[in-house]
Write a protein that binds this ligand. Structure first.
Ligand SMILES: [Fe+2]
Length: 138
């Protein structure tokens, strides 16, 4: 199982779309590391993914705040939930505890599914709402 950018994931806010492309490519790197079963590579790619996810969610949340997006709180809660999941796996991988292959695969599946659903449904809703008011203030 892996993930890749397709144009139907575009939400129409170019700065966010570009960030989503990067986020997806980082998730794909992590997924390949899980596939190969290489723990060091899993550790490196999860580090790489979490750093970008935190930065990207911050940028997206700022757009929501600036535009007084009415579903800001529930959207931010989804980001927080996701970060917590990645944090737990990151802590296992970097804390010496390690992760079993079934757990790594389960986490990868959650990660990829969450990302696709979140972008295609929740992030698209931000763009649709802001565009209905004449487009987002950045
Ligand atoms: Fe989001």
């Amino acid at each position: 199982m892996n993930i890749q950018w397709t144009d139907d994931l575009a939400i129409g806010i170019s700065v966010i779309d570009e960030q989503h492309k990067t986020l997806i490519s980082r998730a794909a790197s992590f997924s390949r590391a899980v596939e190969s079963g290489n723990k060091k590579q899993m550790e490196d790619t999860v580090n790489y993914l979490i750093a970008y996810a935190v930065q990207h969610f911050g940028a997206e949340e700022l757009i929501m705040i600036r535009n007084r997006y009415d579903r800001f709180k529930e959207h931010r809660d989804e980001h927080s939930w996701f970060i917590k999941k990645v944090f737990d796996v990151h802590a296992k991988l970097t804390g010496g505890e390690g992760i079993s292959r079934p757990d790594a695969e389960e986490f990868r599946d959650m990660l990829l599914n969450w990302m696709l659903d979140h972008i295609a449904v929740k992030d698209k809703h931000i763009a649709e709402t802001l565009n209905s008011f004449g487009g987002p203030l950045r």
